[in-house]
Design a protein around this ligand. Structure first.
Ligand code: NCD
Length: 309
């Protein structure tokens, strides 16, 4: 894909070459992400950062990326303070914000909302999470982390555990991983399985995957265990959430007994699904994943703005 001027809306836009281009650029961005060096490559560029759903990492990493590369940021956080609360459409919001900013990052509670905003905005729009649909920049962060930690993505077994129905990170991650020679295992309660349309698309591409409820078995076989939070805010009834909220809890003992070399990832925030004493195991990569997210966002911002890091 031509990155300059592109919207980043879905993992489906990326082929293997595109993913590799982002990961190479992210590797070059690490020197700035590690706080050792500042750059002015994005001087005179302005990011509009629109977050209408809660966020810590995604928003702050985009804003930090922009500022550490010499750019500037304006933001709007929460629907109550924006004209969306008055009934303005996302299409019109896009038409307006493009008059101010050179690039827009948005998180919103509805599926395909970034697409609607992008229809109104002539500047690049980056999807930072559209409801339970997708989160493509997290998936790129995840692939970059696997590459940094294990050297390569091909040949690995990746197990995704938890809320595969509402978890947008695992949706985008499955699409991105499908370009590599990997085997995926989807571990979830019956009610939170990976959506059918994603499984179908993997089958069409002849990607090897299986579905199970049993985390123990998946843990023994996997090279990478990708834990996720059960997405409380997506359930219609609190009771339904209560039934599944503690379905999977990863403990230090499980890893030490079954697979001490396992790479453990999580997009965060973590609630109870990874016990605290897992954190200082060598394979616990979720806080390193956060740092990698900054490098990936630096890479994407420079690429869509037509700059070379
Ligand atoms: C995730 C999200 O918002 O989709 N967090 C993130 O961006 N790193 C996962 C989650 O909220 O559970």
């Amino acid at each position: 894909m031509e990155f300059k001027g592109a919207d980043i809306l879905s993992a489906k836009q990326f082929n293997r070459g595109d993913v590799e281009t982002v990961l190479k650029t992210a590797a070059r961005a690490l020197q700035y992400a590690s706080k050792k060096k500042w750059s002015d490559i994005l001087k005179n560029k302005l990011l509009a950062s629109l977050f209408f759903e809660p966020s810590t990492r995604t928003r702050l990493s985009f804003e930090t990326a922009m500022i550490r590369l010499g750019g500037s940021v304006v933001n709007s956080v929460g629907t109550q303070t924006s004209s969306l609360s008055k009934g303005e459409t996302l299409l019109d919001t896009g038409r307006v914000i493009e008059k101010y900013a050179d690039v827009i990052v948005m998180r919103y509670s509805q599926e395909n909302s970034a697409e609607e905003l992008a229809r109104g905005a002539a500047v690049p729009v980056i999807n930072a999470g559209d409801g339970s649909n997708e989160h493509p920049t997290q998936a790129l962060t995840d692939l970059f982390t696997i590459q940094q930690e294990l050297g390569s993505i091909d040949g690995l077994k990746v197990a995704m555990v938890g809320d595969l129905k509402y978890g947008r990170t695992v949706h985008s991650l499955s699409y991105m991983l499908s370009h590599f020679d990997v085997e995926m295992t989807f571990v979830s309660p019956e009610t939170l399985k990976m959506p059918e349309h994603i499984c179908r698309s993997l089958k069409e591409k002849n990607v090897k995957f299986k579905e199970t409820f049993d985390m123990g078995e998946a843990l023994r076989e996997a090279n990478v265990l990708y834990m996720t939070r059960i997405q409380k805010e997506r359930f219609e009834k609190e009771k339904e959430y209560e039934k599944v909220k503690n379905s999977y809890i990863l403990t230090r003992e499980m890893i030490e007994q079954k697979n001490p070399k396992l790479l453990i990832m999580h997009p965060l925030p973590r609630i109870a699904e990874i016990a605290q004493d897992v954190d200082d195991l060598q394979g616990a990569a979720y806080f390193r994943q956060v740092a990698n997210g900054l490098a990936v966002r630096m890479a994407l911002l420079t690429m869509v703005l037509g700059k070379t890091l």
